[in-house]
Design a protein around this ligand. Structure first.
Ligand SMILES: [Zn+2]
Length: 210
């Protein structure tokens, strides 16, 4: 029996493009009832356009994050410390490995790797053992562009060949602060931590995305 990461629909920080900051975007975890991927269909043309834009935006954001990990100035270290709580060489190397693999996977991805699960009430989920497929709920298409890119970072981090991450932080009010308070060993294995890190790398640091 495959375990799917259902991701609760909402357990990432939302970059609110009007307010310029991260917002908890929460309705809470879905129940543990199984997801019926057999209802999934290919994307229509409009959805494929949206997903293509999301992949492009994700690519730019992951590149920003990787540049920061390479540059590693005080601001880069402050952001990494703020999200992952650890600037040790091992933690930095782990972050760079996960995001480097994600960058490569992004480069291989197109809209054909996605399915819309019309029976799914959340945002997105994956089977961690199958890095060639991301399932989207229809609500994905209601998100802003940065949030859509953040969802892709979150979901790709779950793949066993990328980061094998879990969903340690939960949805709802305070989700961002809970994520930032995780101990390093958990943060480096938490999908939402990567989403926040990549998103904040793009806007210029943690203080800019709070
Ligand atoms: Zn997740």
């Amino acid at each position: 029996m495959k375990v799917r990461r259902r991701c609760g629909g909402n357990n990432w920080g939302e970059i609110d493009e009007q307010q310029g900051g991260y917002e908890g975007y929460g309705r809470g975890h879905l129940s543990s009832s199984d997801v019926n991927a057999s209802e999934a269909r290919a994307l229509n043309a409009d959805e494929a356009d949206v997903v293509g834009q999301g992949l492009a935006r994700q690519r730019g954001q992951v590149e920003n994050a990787l540049q920061g990990l390479d540059r590693w100035n005080q601001g880069d270290q402050d952001l990494f410390e703020g999200v992952f709580g650890d600037t040790s060489p091992a933690a930095r190397a782990h972050g760079a490995e996960v995001l480097g693999r994600m960058q490569a996977l992004n480069g291989s991805y197109s809209a054909e790797n996605f399915r819309v699960d019309t029976g799914y009430d959340g945002i997105a989920y994956v089977d961690p053992t199958n890095p060639n497929r991301i399932y989207l709920g229809e609500r994905y298409f209601e998100l802003g562009g940065n949030s859509q890119a953040g969802v892709l970072v979150h979901e790709m981090s779950h793949f066993n060949v990328i980061g094998a991450t879990d969903d340690i932080t939960l949805a709802g009010a305070g989700a961002l602060s809970r994520t930032l308070m995780l101990p390093p060993t958990q943060a480096l294995g938490n999908a939402q931590s990567y989403s926040i890190y990549v998103g904040c790398s793009t806007v210029g640091g943690l203080s800019q995305c709070m």
